[in-house]
Design a protein around this ligand. Structure first.
Ligand code: AMP
Length: 354
């Protein structure tokens, strides 16, 4: 492998997507002496802290061209950037993580084919493009989840289906190319945050235990409290995924824990909400790790030095800020969003457990 070319101080990292992940990436990049140029069509919490913000749609070729010409490398905090926009950017400047990782994670069917091709366990699945396909895929199955192939997040674009349900009604609810997944009877949901540098080195953070409510992540707890044999299994599995994709950057790998072992739910080719605990639990958190990787620096020390519970502040949770500010061993992160709405991620706290 060739020696990575390190970005010099003052170099500019382009970030597609200006949400809280882009904001925290920008902070990490500036700590390492870099500047960030954020590209975001809508409201951009990252724009408050980045060196530069472009507000334009992903269809605006002139804006994309100007953005790409102004940066040394492009990364992203959001995997659903249209392929045409990426083609244009990539004709001007490198994109890290690479396009293959994006293509695989943008499409649930491609993702499942890729993961099972690596020999990893995934939920049983079938492509569904019509009510008839759904009826066939449900045959002999008590329960399943119909998920759109593209643009799903936080449980959106999903319908639970039970034997006997009307396939036409379920299909009408998604109405787009989908995948039917067999229902996985899991005892817990965990995730691992893996990083791979340009030199091929891999670093994987300790797995975290995730609890969701209404399809949205509420808490991540480390250590995850699972039988110790599952931990190296999770770490090895994540390493295989990033290596197979020739990946550069941080990836979130969501897993179900079942009596038969670990089942991969999905991968996210970016920093991940379930990795926010690393800000309080490790010398080098997931945001710095990602910037190090895309900038060609060696990966940092991701060893966990504390037990942490990360809690998302969603919607009205933000009203608890006065109490949270008074709590010991609590690190607060707010995303600068003026208006709270139900389901909107306003910030998170990392509580250090001794
Ligand atoms: P996803 O958007 O695919 O991460 O799904 C959101 C949530 O739905 C997951 O965190 C699980 O709690 C649940 N879920 C997703 N897929 C399955 C499955 N195949 N079996 C059981 N539960 C699932």
């Amino acid at each position: 492998m060739s020696k990575p070319k390190q970005l010099p101080p003052g170099a500019v990292i382009g970030i597609l997507g200006g949400g809280q992940l882009g904001r925290m990436l920008s902070v990490a990049a500036s700590r390492l002496g870099y500047r960030c140029h954020v590209y975001e069509p809508g409201a951009a919490p990252a724009g408050d802290v980045a060196h530069r913000l472009t507000t334009a749609p992903y269809e605006d070729e002139a804006a994309l061209r100007a953005f790409a010409a102004s940066v040394d490398v492009v990364t992203y905090e959001f995997e659903n950037v249209p392929a045409e926009a990426l083609d244009l950017i990539e004709s001007i400047v490198p994109i890290r993580p690479n396009r293959r990782a994006l293509a695989v994670s943008q499409d649930r069917l491609a993702e499942k084919d890729f993961l099972s091709g690596l020999g990893l366990s995934v939920a049983p699945y079938a492509a569904v493009d019509s009510a008839e396909d759904l009826a066939a895929a449900m045959a002999g199955r008590a329960r399943g989840i119909l998920k759109t192939r593209r643009f799903g997040y936080d449980g959106k674009g999903q319908v639970r289906v039970a034997a006997g349900d009307d396939p036409a009604a379920a299909w009408a609810q998604v109405g787009a190319p989908s995948v039917l997944e067999g229902f996985v009877d899991f005892s817990a949901e965990i995730s691992v945050i893996a990083a791979r540098g340009q030199d091929g080195a891999v670093a994987v953070y300790d797995p975290g235990l995730n609890v969701h409510r209404d399809g949205i992540l509420r808490t991540t707890t480390v250590p995850c409290g699972l039988p110790s044999r599952l931990i190296p299994e999770a770490v090895l599995l994540a390493s295989r995924i990033v290596t197979a994709l020739d990946y550069v950057g941080v990836m979130g790998v969501e897993l179900f824990v079942t009596p038969q072992g670990l089942v991969v739910n999905e991968i996210a080719p970016r920093v991940h909400n379930s990795g926010h605990w690393t800000q309080a639990g490790c010398a080098v958190d997931q945001f710095e790790q990602h910037i190090r990787a895309v900038a060609g620096l060696p990966l940092g020390d991701g060893q966990r030095h504390a037990d942490v519970v990360m809690e998302n502040l969603i919607g009205d949770d933000i009203q608890r800020l006065p109490q949270l500010l008074a709590q010991p061993d609590t690190q607060i992160h707010l995303y600068g969003k003026a208006e709270s709405r139900p389901g909107r991620k306003m910030g998170h706290v990392n509580r250090i457990r001794r």
